[in-house]
Design a protein around this ligand. Sequence first.
Ligand SMILES: [Zn+2]
Length: 446
Amino acid sequence: MSQFDFLIRNGFVVTAQGINKADVSIAGEKISEVSREITADADEVIDASGKYVLPGIIDPHTHPVYLDDLKGLSRTAAHGGITTVIHYAYAKPGNELLEVIDNYKEDGEARSYLDFGLHGGLFDAENQAEDVPKAVEMGVNSFKMFMTYAKLGWMTDDYQLMRTMDIIAEAGGMGMVHAENGLATDYLQDKYNDKGLDPVETFLSTRPARLEAEAINRAISMAKVAGCPIYIPHLSAKAGVEVVEQAKRDGYPVFGETCPQYLTLTSDRVLSDGPLAKIGPPLREQKDQDGLWEGLRSGTIETIASDHAPKPKKSGDDFFDAPFGSPQVETMLALAYDGGVNRGKLTLPQLVERMSTNAAKIFGLYPEKGSLKEGSDADLVIFDPEMVHTIENETQHSNAYYTLYEGKECLGKPVSTFQRGKRLLDEGELHVEPGNGKFLETEIDH
Ligand SMILES: [Zn+2]
């Protein structure tokens, strides 16, 4: 019997600390050694010459409830080089938070291709917040509220936001908010609707960057008062990055996330693609995109996540009635690499930190995840920096009807991945069965 199950030879091993030419050996579910040259024999030797070996990519923001369910979302994510996802377990008004968490957990354990954690999504914080301490005991430690979508009845007002953060802090968890001022944006939308103005042309004016920045500032302030760490998903505006940056300078426990759509697209796509490019917060201006890259580079923004939420919509649909969201998870790594590393906006170790290590640390999964150390879970990605490929909806594995990146050529692609020592993806084929994924309890370091 060989000493190792797999030996990955001659690759460039990339961690948050740097890039080193090294061999990686895997025994069972764990990385057993990373060193310049490993000579012991293995059941299977993989030549990774000219390729990068990255820790498994973690996507901490996914919604497995639209066109891709938990099984389908994990499948399309796996094809994009992701090995761990953290889904939002959405407790809609009238739902019991703990029951929702149980259902997601059970569904994931039965059908997920990937290891997964959960965030609680509180649509009705007033009636759901009291279950937060029990959710924490179940291994769910982060809880999102909406500061927007007032008309949909999903908004958490300031009273309940303050109260919920107080409860979350007490339970040792972390708050999260969709930060846009819901009442102010609803007023603006009413104003433009009353005037009979075109909803596509006025979409951006009804959800301006300043009202995102305002909500971020308000949420961070309440979190500070409550003593609650806070994570801001899907930062889209430079003004919002500046608020997070200032709060960090003041020593607040705040974390920032952005998404590939905000890093690669701008608002002109709303005019050209209509409902397909309707996402919330909206696609913004070039200066916002530049501000997000700078925020990532400086560390103000810790993570890149997909906010994968494919909805059944077509370009000719009524814009106003079309739902928010887009398919993103499979293209995320390739786009972030191409837009960030190839264009000199991030180094490769920075990209790895922001797409793997930071999320693992923030959500208490490190060093099992987010790391290529001896003893870490053998979750890794073999990435070919020379492979040119074109993104097409037809070859994606999502059930979405479209991709916002149709025809985009990218340089660099994940070609092979491992999860806990098993081959997950190789040459475009998945090698594990649904149900291989394991539920991961998160933990927030206070
Ligand atoms: Zn989302």
